[in-house]
Design a protein around this ligand. Structure first.
Ligand code: SAH
Ligand code: SF4
Ligand code: F3S
Length: 448
């Protein structure tokens, strides 16, 4: 059989880790068609923008990027080279029709549940045939039909186990862009994890918009059982998962944190806000106290856990007193890292139509105060590492000669002067100090 001619694929990824996973899988789907990845859009025969709709700014980026890509397409056309442009991801799902209208340069629009159909859709566009918009909502098809083969680089990989969301927080577009909660079967996940381990991957991060809702409705023990199952895969030494919802943080998962060595002591557990009134208006389904008790329970099981979270300031109706309750929750919960955002009004979500929208300056001022506090906590967490010895999975060469970089169990970046042969290995490192974004340490000699 003759090999198909080499074509170049450029994928730009926005948004969350699930999009990162999806982008890798799109590359896997297109590889048999002769597409090889490039990081230069002007080299690309096919450009895919894998988009995010979560906040207004994220969605706007797509249109400005399309303007840039259009100019590249024109320049390439002058040289007699064609360029196909696809918009994928959550903006595609939410605004597919509008993209087609606003950006005629786009050849095809494809939602997150339809990536297995990319080859077929590309074939159609090349023959100028009808369907250019695929926005199915059947994740079962997606996972069953994506190729088994994955090409991964490096020692840490994402693995999507759950998609979609049934929680309908009133600010959020995800239930509309990703559809209802769906869990992949544990056999398929384990098979994928084994193939990753065979390619040298030592750490997997299990992904889902509500990853701890995994298999909630079915028998099988939920995420805790999946973690225990994957902990047995040879050479897969570290397991992480993200993102969790406080409502789905069950006893079994908390016990897994106490008992499963491979499960890393890091937990991304967004609270969003600290005022019960605001939490109710957000439809979060938990109070501040419920959240704090949960954190206490998790710390009782795994005292050193690094807690991470997401916050929204300036949700409609949020008063100064409400906001101060958010600061109070942060002080009590103590975060090792966090993401915080100004509330962004998303068309079609209930909160967009709520009274009491908060002025931009007020949001900006609250965000600054919140981020100040979160940053203090992050630095305190990092400083407390000095003098400790922790296992580090070394992943890549550092910026300076002779330096390599990896991750601590708590997901901190750690630099050390050490030989590159330690890449892909988990090695004890004595932490000497904390910089602004990473730790420095030295490899314990007897281990190297
Ligand atoms: N499923 C996850 C998070 C998904 S979105 C969860 O429930 O925690 C990631 C984060 O974006 C959210 O946690 C929230 O903090 C933020 N976010 C979502 N919608 C937003 C909006 N309309 N404005 C500002 N931030 C938003
Ligand atoms: Fe969005 Fe809430 Fe679902 Fe998270 S739980 S994805 S914030 S609706
Ligand atoms: Fe964005 Fe979609 Fe992820 S809206 S955050 S890319 S699920």
């Amino acid at each position: 059989m003759s090999k198909p001619p080499q074509k170049r694929l450029y994928i730009k990824t926005y948004g969350c880790q699930m999009n990162v996973y999806d982008s890798e899988r799109m590359a896997d789907v297109l590889r048999p068609l002769g597409y090889a990845l490039t990081d230069q859009p002007d080299d690309a025969d096919l450009v895919v923008l894998n988009t995010c709709h979560i906040r207004e700014k994220a969605a706007d980026k797509v249109y400005s990027e399309l303007g840039r890509i259009r100019r590249i397409k024109e320049i390439r056309a002058e040289a007699g080279r064609s360029t196909r442009i696809a918009v994928a991801g959550c903006v595609a799902q939410a605004e597919g029709e509008e993209i087609m209208r606003r950006a005629p340069v786009v050849d095809l629009v494809i939602g997150p549940q339809s990536y297995h159909r990319l080859p077929e859709l590309i074939a159609r566009t090349s023959r100028q045939l009808g369907e250019r918009l695929a926005a199915d909502f059947q994740p079962e098809d997606k996972f069953d039909r994506l190729p088994e083969e994955r090409t991964v680089h490096g020692y840490s990989a994402f693995l999507t186990v759950q998609e979609g969301c049934d929680k309908f927080c009133t600010f959020c577009v995800v239930p509309y862009t990703r559809g209802a909660e769906f869990s992949r079967g544990p056999e398929a996940i384990e098979a994928e994890a084994r193939r990753l381990a065979d390619q040298g991957v030592r750490e997997v991060t299990l992904l889902g918009q509500n990853v701890n809702a995994y298999m909630k409705e079915q028998d099988g023990g939920g995420l805790a059982a999946l973690v225990r199952r994957l902990a047995k895969v040879p050479d897969l030494d570290r397991i992480r998962y993200t993102t969790s919802h406080p409502r789905d943080m069950d006893e079994a998962l908390i016990s897994a944190h106490a008992e499963v060595e491979a499960l890393m002591p890091y937990l991304h557990l967004p609270v969003q806000a600290g005022s019960d009134r605001v939490l109710k208006a957000m439809n979060r389904g938990h109070t501040a106290l419920h959240y704090l008790r949960l954190v206490e329970k998790i710390r009782a099981a795994r005292p050193d856990i690094a807690l991470s979270g997401d916050f929204i300031v300036g949700f409609p109706g949020e008063s100064e007193a409400d906001f101060e309750e958010t600061l109070e929750v942060v002080r009590e919960a103590r975060y090792a890292s966090a993401f915080s955002f100004k509330y962004s009004r998303r068309p079609g979500t209930p909160a967009a139509a709520m009274p009491g929208q908060v002025a931009e300056e007020v949001k900006a001022e609250r965000l600054q105060r919140l981020q100040g506090l979160l940053e203090e906590q992050r630095q305190a967490f990092n400083r407390a590492m000095a003098g400790r010895t922790v296992p580090v999975l070394f992943e890549r060469p550092g910026r300076y000669q002779g330096q390599i970089v990896g991750r601590s169990p708590y997901l901190q970046a750690v630099h050390a002067e050490a030989p590159e042969r330690l890449l892909g290995q988990i090695v004890p490192v004595r932490i000497s100090g904390a910089g602004s974004n990473s730790l420095a340490g030295s490899v314990e000699l007897e281990a190297a």
